[in-house]
Design a protein around this ligand. Sequence first.
Ligand SMILES: [Zn+2]
Length: 248
Amino acid sequence: MSAESIARWNAIPLDRPEPGPEQASTLKRSRSEDGHSDRDDDDVSLVSRSPSPVDRMDVDQSIDKYDEYHRGPTREVITVETRLKSTNKGFAMLAKMGWAEGQPLGLSGDGRIDPIPFTIKNDSTGLGKVTQDVRMIETTVSQRRELDSERMTKESEEQRKAREDAAAKKAALQQEISSTLRPFYCELCDKQFKNVAQYDEHTNSYAHHHKARARDMQAAQKLMQGRGTKEDVDRRKEKERKREEREM
Ligand SMILES: [Zn+2]
């Protein structure tokens, strides 16, 4: 800042003079009247340096303009259904490029005529999730196998017979298989084997031998107990005999 301008700044009085009637009107300047040169700005006091906002209501605007003043000019509402007016900027641009209303867009002129429709999504699921769910439900319901009970209620007499025949055949087959496999059945362990190899392996296994040992031990124990009681009986008989001898 030059010394000259500093001096000018200092010369500005700090207390603002009371605005007289004619001064009040000059304070209410519009922006266009504001000087833009430095010199002009420097002549204005500190207080009035920032221009007060132009009070639009102050100008000779009628009370009818109040709403417009607060909300701004009413906007033209464009929806998918309403057509653009010829005053619309985009309309004018398209028209300048040779487009006429009702014509499809695109270089080859085969674009869409109507705007892209849209649906409003109010939920928070991912895009396409609902469609996927619906599709999945539909396929699940259509492909679900009928329950046996459901099928039975629907079947005719011969269908029922066929089903029963099949069941009987299956049971017979099962019977046959079990009789064929009889040699590969371990009675001790109550286990059925399908071939010699499996059966062999089982009879050599620890589990099988363990069972066999346990069974043998139990048998031996029973035998011992039986013998014990037999001995007791013998002893009693012997005692009785001796007593009879003494009595005689
Ligand atoms: Zn066994």
